[in-house]
Design a protein around this ligand. Structure first.
Ligand SMILES: [Zn+2]
Ligand SMILES: [Zn+2]
Length: 258
């Protein structure tokens, strides 16, 4: 089992439990040596499932600071955020980059012609292309250390084809070029599975065809992220399965990266 996890949410996003310090305590119990808190960060007012700026400043950052002071001798604690990458928010990205130890790019929303589409709704060719363009722009911005669930575009697209293959290659090569870690996501391995065309069992994400391509790139850097929304998610069976999946694929997992 790995000794680090950098993908941890809190109650502030509205779809998870607990404060940063609660996850820190749980991580110490589990014997982790590194814990990164990375709740969904604010970009826009109308979004649900994100903390607002006031909560970020008045609850989130102070609570992580408190955890660092209280438990910093037992575990290394890192302040982070998981963010979408959208045009027009550069000053916010700069601010977050300054105020955090690391940022995770987690693209759940794409904008096409000013309209937002979320990745949990049915996808089509132009939307998965928009996804690819957004994450590549995000990685090129230099703000992000980790690309969470890079294969999330397969969640509601399902069929692996020439386009999904091409998108995978472009994302992987951009991650290598921009020195971004690709994350095998534990929240994917907690979710539904399906079959590939060759009747191979795969999660919707991590998607077996995607990570098989990753395995061909020696230079690609890969981590497993717990994506914990509940205390019980920290280094749970889904995370073990994600690690075993990487092993089976011949992918080396990085552990402590900060
Ligand atoms: Zn979440
Ligand atoms: Zn996510």
């Amino acid at each position: 089992m790995t000794k680090a996890n950098y993908h941890t949410h809190t109650y502030l996003c509205g779809h998870a439990e607990g404060l940063p310090i609660d996850y820190v305590q749980k991580a110490i119990e589990l014997g982790l040596e590194h814990i990164g808190i990375s709740d969904h960060g604010y970009l826009k007012d109308k979004w649900v499932d994100r903390m607002n700026l006031e909560e970020y400043h008045n609850i989130y950052l102070p609570n992580i600071q408190e955890a660092k002071e209280k438990y910093g001798d037992k575990i290394e604690i890192f302040t982070g955020l998981e963010l979408e990458y959208l045009d027009g928010y550069d000053s916010l990205y700069q601010k977050y980059y300054r105020e955090n130890d690391y940022l995770i790019l987690g693209q759940h929303i794409v904008e096409v012609d000013g309209i937002e589409y979320d990745l949990y709704k049915p996808m089509n060719d132009s939307l998965i292309i928009a996804y690819k363009e957004a994450v590549i722009k995000g990685m090129e911005s230099g703000y992000f250390k980790i690309l969470a669930h890079p294969d999330l575009y397969m969640l509601r697209y399902r069929e692996w084809n020439d386009l999904t293959e091409k998108i995978a290659i472009e994302i992987i090569e951009s991650a290598i070029k921009n020195d971004v870690y690709l994350e095998i996501n534990g929240n994917g391995t907690r979710r539904a599975a399906t079959f590939t065309k060759d009747l191979e069992l795969t999660w919707l994400y991590p998607r077996v065809e995607f990570w098989r391509i990753v395995s061909r790139y020696q230079e690609a850097k890969v981590i497993v992220g717990d994506d914990a929304h509940y205390f019980a998610h920290l280094h749970d069976l889904a995370v073990t399965n994600a690690i075993l999946f990487a092993k089976k694929m011949g992918i080396t997992i990085y552990d402590k990266i900060l």
